[in-house]
Design a protein around this ligand. Structure first.
Ligand SMILES: *Cc1c(COP(=O)(O)O)cnc(C)c1O
Length: 397
């Protein structure tokens, strides 16, 4: 049998620190490796396969569109992108959409939109305030937006126009605001940066400040959007309406698609201002439409909310047995479990050996981001594996 992991070492750039498993098949909340081993998937392709693997709705949309029309460019009208646009606009506080192919590209577009807004309505302001420990993607500009020096350092100098300030502090945003500022970008819950849930009134205060200063409030909902946090959009949890939102991960149920949406005030692009060859192609949009429609019609955000609460209650229930669980936090099915010791890597391995895929969020924390369609039985199974893994890892510690 081919040793795929050796092949990767030989032929793939040394970019990823991979979990030593080669996945070949998925169905629902399960995946299988090339040895036929089954795993319960609480990683979901990095919070992407929101309806689970190979959901019939995804497969149907993908295969039907694949045999009908795949790519046309945006120089022509196509139907799936407009069906998805109407669905997302009618179910949000925004009035229009632009499609990209990934999260980072959606964010790039949102920043370009904010710079146009600054040019037109704030005397040429171009600077964007973001937060420390945020994550906005891997292009050069989004590396500058991402408030994590470890991502920026290898690529200095960073593109100009981004200021990273303390998270969850409205005072920090106020202090960083100057006449050059055009927008503030926040994640409703910082996801990659640690599943950091802000104070309940943080987004409201940010909204008020942006209104007062004529800044755009942009929410990066690449991870939190499309049901993940227990609402269709994370902003709905906090009672605010942003001017711009960015989406990607869960939007296509596994097929690459991204987007940004804007309200009337922020939608300042005119023809020629922005573009994309692949963005909004019929294939991605047909799947995106099927996924988002299924999520809305079947109240999948409601399931994410209930299962997320159930998961967090059960994880909290392990605290008595394992006092080194220091925190369980999250919204919906974006959940972190944190430990007093740096046992994240060993916990990941111990879960893997017992048939559960999780994510090492930090040296001392795991992230659980299962498909949004999971039920109680899967949560029970995952928590009993985490329980056994904790028992094993605590013994060796
Ligand atoms: C994953 C992520 C991104 C980047 O998305 P890509 O599709 O990897 O480019 C941006 N913002 C947030 C909040 C994310 O979680």
């Amino acid at each position: 049998m081919t040793n795929w992991q050796e092949l990767e070492k030989k032929y793939y750039m040394r970019t990823f620190d991979r979990v030593p498993v080669t996945l070949v098949k998925g169905q629902g909340a399960r995946v299988w490796d090339d040895n036929g081993r089954e795993y319960l998937d609480f990683f979901a392709g990095l919070a992407v396969t929101s309806l689970g693997h190979c959901h019939p709705v995804v497969v149907k949309a993908l295969t039907e569109q694949a045999s009908t029309l795949i790519q046309t460019s945006n120089l022509y009208y196509t139907i799936p992108q407009l069906q998805l646009a109407k669905l997302l606009v009618e179910n949000s506080c925004f009035e229009s959409i632009f499609y990209a192919n990934s999260g980072t590209e959606a964010n790039e577009g949102a920043v370009k939109l904010a710079r146009r807004y600054g040019a037109l309505h704030r005397n040429g302001a171009y600077e964007v305030i973001t937060t420390l420990n945020s994550f906005h993607g891997r292009t050069l500009a989004m590396t500058a937006a991402t408030g994590q020096p470890k991502f920026q350092k290898p690529y200095l100098p960073m593109p100009a126009g981004f200021v990273n300030v303390e998270n969850n502090s409205i005072e920090a945003i106020k202090k960083a605001t100057t006449n050059k500022t055009c927008a503030v970008i926040l994640e409703p819950v910082q996801a990659e940066g640690g599943v950091n849930v802000p104070a309940d009134d943080y987004l409201k205060k940010a909204r008020a400040w942006c209104d007062e200063q004529n800044l755009l409030l942009i929410l990066d909902e690449v991870q939190t959007g499309i049901g993940r946090t227990g609402a269709l959009f994370g902003y709905q949890l906090y009672g605010v309406e942003p001017d711009v939102i960015t989406l990607a991960k869960g939007m296509g149920g596994g097929v690459p698609i991204g987007a940004f949406m804007a309200n009337q005030k922020a939608a300042v692009f005119v023809p020629g201002d922005h573009g994309s060859t692949f963005g909004g192609n019929p294939l991605a949009c047909a799947v995106g439409y099927a996924v988002v429609k299924y999520i809305i019609d079947n109240d999948i955000p409601g399931n994410a909310r209930q299962m997320g609460q159930y998961l967090m209650v059960k994880l909290n229930g392990l605290k008595g047995k394992y006092p080194h669980i220091t925190d369980v936090r999250g919204r919906g099915l974006l959940v972190a479990i944190e430990f007093s010791k740096e046992i994240g890597a060993r916990m990941l391995t111990a879960c893997l050996e017992r048939g559960l895929l999780v994510n090492k969020l930090k040296p001392n924390a795991l992230r659980l981001i299962p498909p949004l369609i999971i039920g109680k039985a899967e949560v029970d199974e995952a928590v009993s594996i985490i329980d056994a893994a904790l028992a094993a890892v605590s013994c060796e510690a």
